[in-house]
Design a protein around this ligand. Structure first.
Ligand SMILES: C[S@@+](CC[C@H](N)C(=O)[O-])C[C@H]1O[C@@H](n2cnc3c(N)ncnc32)[C@H](O)[C@@H]1O
Length: 239
């Protein structure tokens, strides 16, 4: 029988309570980063950052990655900004102290990046004024009841815009990922979590429904290969 993905799953991911130590976590993040590189997931966020920067020229930018994991995305954004000679301060926020330790280790040589150990849901507006918020593969970790709170908070914090890059909840994605993971993924954790993540992902009507609860922002929601949605929110306050 085919999997039923008509509703978002509430199943927790193994990574939400990962207790196998730093070395194993590093290998799991290597798997996640390999998938994102091969399937172009990271490029979606980097391109969206480049677009918001091009449309909103200013001397420098503060960009916050909510749920930054091992900081891979921030390092890619750092490369973009270095190439384009853009002054940037990059902040990674994550609840997982081990992930942040890996992020710190991998970010030697990136003085523009700093990390903060915090819960996204507990952030206050006064804590963190920034220009752009990026959020890659983190929104699906949140249950529906917390999502609106999460999105409203991001819209308050980011002066220029918020970029969400997350998974399309689709049977095609689910079964193609099963095949893909046989070849490209080494750890059982990443194989299992990949499938759970897809079942916790979104269909376009979910995102449109959430966007209607944020009427003070302009919304651009696009499907991207491979089974991602990129959702760019731009608060109307700048216009
Ligand atoms: C699937 S990982 C994505 C990591 C990274 N953004 C990427 O694209 O590879 C999701 C991350 O969100 C973090 N996370 C989940 N809930 C969080 C919360 N309430 N506050 C901060 N980080 C959270 C997890 O610790 C994890 O590192």
């Amino acid at each position: 029988m085919l999997i039923d993905l008509s509703e978002r799953s509430n199943q927790p991911e193994l990574m939400d309570d990962f207790r196998e130590g730093l070395q194993r976590l590093r290998i799991v993040f290597d798997d996640i980063n390999r998938v994102n590189t091969i399937l172009g997931g990271n490029a979606i966020t980097v391109n969206a950052v480049a677009k918001l920067i091009a449309e909103n020229p200013q001397p420098g930018y503060t960009i916050v990655d909510m749920g930054c994991g091992d900081g891979n995305m921030l390092r890619e954004v750092a490369h973009l900004c270095r190439k384009q000679h853009i002054e940037v301060r990059l902040i990674g926020i994550d609840l997982n102290a081990d992930a942040l330790q890996l992020a710190e280790e991998a970010s030697h040589g990136y003085p523009e990046i700093e990390y903060q150990h915090r819960d996204i849901l507990a952030l206050q507006q006064s804590d963190l004024n920034c220009d752009i918020i990026i959020n890659t593969l983190t929104m699906h970790h949140f249950v529906n009841k917390d999502l609106l709170h999460f999105l409203e908070k991001f819209n308050e914090l980011a002066r220029i815009g918020v970029i969400i890059n997350d998974l399309h909840r689709s049977r095609w994605a689910y079964y193609l990922f099963k095949l893909f993971s046989l070849i490209f993924i080494k750890t059982e954790t990443a194989k299992i979590d990949g499938l759970i993540s897809i079942s916790k992902g979104f269909i376009k009507s979910d995102l449109i429904r959430y966007s209607k609860s944020l009427p003070n922002s302009r919304h651009d929601i696009q499907w991207k290969w491979a089974f991602r949605y990129v959702w760019i929110m731009e608060p109307n306050r700048l216009t």
